[in-house]
Design a protein around this ligand. Sequence first.
Ligand SMILES: NC(=O)C1=CN([C@@H]2O[C@H](COP(=O)(O)OP(=O)(O)OC[C@H]3O[C@@H](n4cnc5c(N)ncnc54)[C@H](O)[C@@H]3O)[C@@H](O)[C@H]2O)C=CC1
Ligand SMILES: O=C([O-])CC(=O)C(=O)O
Length: 332
Amino acid sequence: MSHHLSGPLKVAVTGAAGQIGYSLLFRLASGALLGPDRPVELRLLEIEPALKALEGVVMELDDCAFPTLAGVEIGADPEKIFDGVNLALLVGARPRGPGMERGDLLEANGAIFTAQGKALNSVAADDVRVGVTGNPANTNALIAMTNAPDIPAERFSALTRLDHNRAISQLSAKTDAAVTEIKKMTIWGNHSATQYPDVFHAEIGGRNAAEVVDDQAWIENDFIPTVAKRGAAIIEARGSSSAASAASATIDAARDWLLGSAANDWVSMAVKSDGSYGVPEGIIYSFPVTTHEGNWEIVQGLEIDDFSRGRMDATAAELEDERQAVTELGLI
Ligand SMILES: NC(=O)C1=CN([C@@H]2O[C@H](COP(=O)(O)OP(=O)(O)OC[C@H]3O[C@@H](n4cnc5c(N)ncnc54)[C@H](O)[C@@H]3O)[C@@H](O)[C@H]2O)C=CC1
Ligand SMILES: O=C([O-])CC(=O)C(=O)O
């Protein structure tokens, strides 16, 4: 990530006229990704019928007079919008409504990620990083990755940072610890109800989080389901899915990926499994990772007890089923 240090970072956002976009674009433009000294150029992709609304959003971006915003381009052709991009945030996809699981979106949204994977493959910058937020995020990332054979597989990730942030917030509320005191949180697996938010390796003020909590029933019956089903709870309360928090997590994930995770901490990112922790190879699975200048490494050597093993395997099995489904749909 060095050769563009001088010029603006070209950041593509898909689904830019959507709910997440309405929060994400203003954060990106205001320097939340790279700080006040690095300009960004926004490349905004939408479907044709949404371009007029997107023009309105761009008028508002103009009206903010952001010092860090070096330019904005909009359009409906991914080959034009992705041309030379260093970072692609793939947000555009249909959201779920009440009563749906994210996997129900596979067929509707899968096709988007074949076309966008192919377009990135042909026109993105050599150093491109691709973050997938649109659901079902892990398997959409698998589709985009598979359709972009010339881009190294480790340049693709799916967003589980929102789950990670939710887990920190829940743990903070339970223990009265500041969110800044909570480190080494892990989300394992799929961005779905089977995800496994793991407090057994987390720390609060340097102490083991599970020991600080000292309440296995709370961990099993409150913490894990609250984090795993938080998206559904937001849909129930708000009438539409989380948007500002999803945008915020998308920024957190991209920022840490490009600039590096903090010392003595790690982040959760869904990346291509290399078989670490017995996770089947090739699926896009959320692991604890450290990041450095646009690269990530899975944290190794964590001890996995039977409780964690069962949950890690269940979410892996769901991702294998999703991979099977998109294989049958001819998407990968
Ligand atoms: N991974 C995560 O943590 C989270 C993921 N999500 C997901 O993010 C996605 C977007 O959510 P919202 O912004 O709330 O939805 P939204 O419906 O408000 O916006 C989606 C936008 O994508 C656009 N779009 C559709 N097909 C496209 C294509 N082929 N190319 C470019 N743009 C396209 C639509 O025109 C629409 O403007 C959904 O799939 C949602 O489930 C939402 C919250 C958290
Ligand atoms: O729940 C949804 O459908 C939206 C989402 O991914 C989340 O809020 O985690």
